[in-house]
Design a protein. Structure first.
Length: 223
């Protein structure tokens, strides 16, 4: 019985601490697991070493540590976007380049992204843009950003980038034009950018993880 309880709680710890890793295009900075529930994985400034990325018919790849998850990709044409409002249009809706969808499967995931097809103002050949990947595996939203220079002449992903899928699960798309339900509070150019809701998500995940770890430690001591 003790072993069963310990195994269950160990699995729960893994579930609440699972994340995703953006592989391509390269993220704004090194992956920081504890910061992923905040705006751009807590990187407030655009990188000067932008990825040259296809304006049309590009691809993105990531690694998921969740069995079932949702993803959406938003874009900003602001040169140094450092808050969620920079990714919205004049009506306050996210500027989506990949509409939210749900799928399943842990491991690698690769899919097409056609940025020009979204028809976003200021997004064209030669534009410096930032895309933000919003991932939710059921334990709160996680964020990673990539800073890009768009190019009509770039049509293929680099040869050293793997584009493969760990599963053949179906993808279910949701409606576009999502309106953010949180207030963006990150206005600094430092790497301290967060949002009200994402910070709450982070505290919730950390709180649950800490509780589970405490109980798990007690059970292990009794085992």
């Amino acid at each position: 019985m003790r072993f069963t309880s310990v195994a269950f709680l160990a699995g729960l710890v893994s579930a609440v601490s699972a994340h995703f890793h953006l592989q391509y295009p390269g993220p704004r900075g090194a992956f920081v697991e504890s910061s992923e529930p905040t705006f751009c994985d807590n990187y407030g400034d655009a990188t000067t070493n932008r990825t040259t990325f296809p304006l049309n018919n590009g691809y993105y790849s990531l690694n998921s540590e969740h069995p079932t998850w949702t993803l959406g990709v938003i874009i900003s044409a602001v040169q140094n976007p450092n808050n969620f409002a920079n990714f919205t249009d004049s009506s306050g809706k996210y500027q989506m380049v990949v509409n939210y969808f749900e799928t399943s499967g842990e491991g690698s995931f690769c899919a097409p992204i056609n940025i020009s097809a979204a028809g976003i103002d200021g997004v064209k050949d030669g534009s410096n843009v930032t895309v933000q990947f919003i991932f939710d595996g059921g334990d709160g939203a996680l964020y990673q950003c990539a800073d890009l220079t768009l190019s009509e002449s770039t049509t293929a992903i680099p040869s050293d980038v793997s584009c493969s899928n760990a599963s053949s699960a179906a993808v279910t798309y949701f409606s576009s034009g999502v309106t953010p339900t949180f207030s963006a509070t990150a206005t600094s150019s430092s790497a301290s950018s967060t949002s009200t809701s994402s910070a709450a998500d982070a505290k919730a995940v950390v709180g649950v993880s800490g509780l589970v770890l405490s109980v798990l430690g007690g059970l292990l001591a009794l085992a």
